[in-house]
Design a protein around this ligand. Structure first.
Ligand code: NAP
Length: 327
């Protein structure tokens, strides 16, 4: 079967890409430009978590940096250029094998079939799991400084975490807040030096080391303080803040895969260097993958590789490994 014949066959698509962040959008761009009949399934507006980043300074080609929404808008526009279909869905609930060569992607609305699937569902912010956290989410507790930072003009806020996200977002919050207490459970950060140095020099940012937050305290107006504990001295303290931004890492959106694919112990998808999972015909890319470096630039490279692998997989499946031309 040639790719053009997919339309007439019993299978809906050559490739379904699940998740519209940088990895998924790049996979769509490469797959559709490569002539595959491609569908992008996305929960909300394409762009993923990168949409919630104020300024991206380490994506090549933008010497002065670029805002997350602007970069993602351009990526989406480019991904749509080569004829891929985009569909908003509530969620993908399962991926199953319809038969030896066709996968069924079950969404909350319907079931769609495809010869291959690229999973680019990313990851979502982790919660600390302390009293008051859920109760005050949206009323002072936030997981997105870009979305909620402006509500805290001239206020005292806290950021929890010690990675790149915590430090970057603490720096972002200096635009609005009067003081930002960066609370970390260790005496050193794991964030990149370049931003750590910037944060250390910022008079609005104060570091609270070796400390965990045990409770978010509030009243009818929202968050009013945090109950802290220094893990070295065991000393307890109450910190008055109106807002708290939690940046303690991400958990992968892989719940719907439930035993279908190999995951690592953190729930991230295990792939080889070509983005193939342990199920032939299913590829994964971006933050949902088990890997060390979670960046937009790695996500886009992986999206391109996943689309290339999907194309190779379909060619093999349909005996087109050596092209369609004979002497
Ligand atoms: P991360 O690097 O995994 O850091 C999470 C931080 O939260 C760590 O400092 C960790 O402490 C702390 N933490 C974890 N669980 C905690 C808990 N229960 N209570 C208190 N603290 C807790 O996560 P991230 O900063 O969100 O970054 C995720 C990935 O995206 C990383 O690979 C990062 O480099 C990348 N990223 C890159 C950029 C950029 O390059 N511009 C920006 C944002 C994110 P410990 O240190 O003690 O483990």
């Amino acid at each position: 079967m040639t790719r053009d014949e997919t339309k007439k066959s019993e299978v809906d698509y050559d490739v379904i890409v699940v998740g519209g962040g940088p990895a998924g959008l790049t996979a769509v761009l490469y797959a559709s430009r490569g002539g595959l009949k491609t569908l992008m399934l996305e929960k909300a507006t394409p762009g993923g978590l990168a949409q919630t980043t104020d300024i991206i300074e380490n994506y090549p080609g933008f010497p002065d940096g670029i805002s997350g929404p602007e970069l993602m808008e351009s990526m989406e526009k480019q991904a749509r250029r080569f004829g891929a279909e985009f569909k908003n869905i509530n969620e993908v609930v399962a991926i199953e094998k319809a038969n030896e060569t066709i996968f069924s992607v079950k969404t909350s609305d319907n079931t769609i079939t495809s010869k291959s699937v690229i999973i680019a569902t990313g990851a979502e912010p982790r919660k600390i799991g302390i009293p008051g956290e859920s109760k005050y989410t949206g009323r002072g507790v936030s997981y997105c400084a870009v979305c909620d930072g402006a509500f805290f003009k001239d206020a005292d806020v806290a950021v929890i975490g010690g990675g790149n996200s915590a430090v970057e977002e603490a720096l972002f919050l200096t635009k609005f807040a009067k003081k930002i207490s960066l609370i970390h459970r260790r005496d050193r950060l794991r964030a990149d030096n370049v931003i750590v140095e910037r944060a250390k020099k910022d008079p609005k940012i104060e570091f609270i080391w070796d400390t965990v937050v045990e409770e978010v305290i509030g009243d009818v107006k929202g968050v009013s303080s945090l109950k802290l504990k220094n893990i070295k001295t065991e000393q307890a303290e109450q910190l008055t803040v109106e807002g708290v931004f939690v940046y303690i890492g991400y958990k992968p959106n892989t719940g719907f895969l439930d035993g279908f694919l190999e995951l690592d112990k953190g729930g991230f998808i295990v792939t080889d260097g070509e983005m193939n999972t342990n199920v032939s015909g299913i590829m994964a890319c971006g933050d949902v993958r088990s890997k060390a470096l979670k960046q937009i630039v790695t996500a886009t490279g992986e999206g391109a590789t996943a689309a290339f692998s999907a194309e190779k997989y379909i060619d093999k499946l349909e005996n087109r490994e050596y092209g369609e031309f004979k002497k």
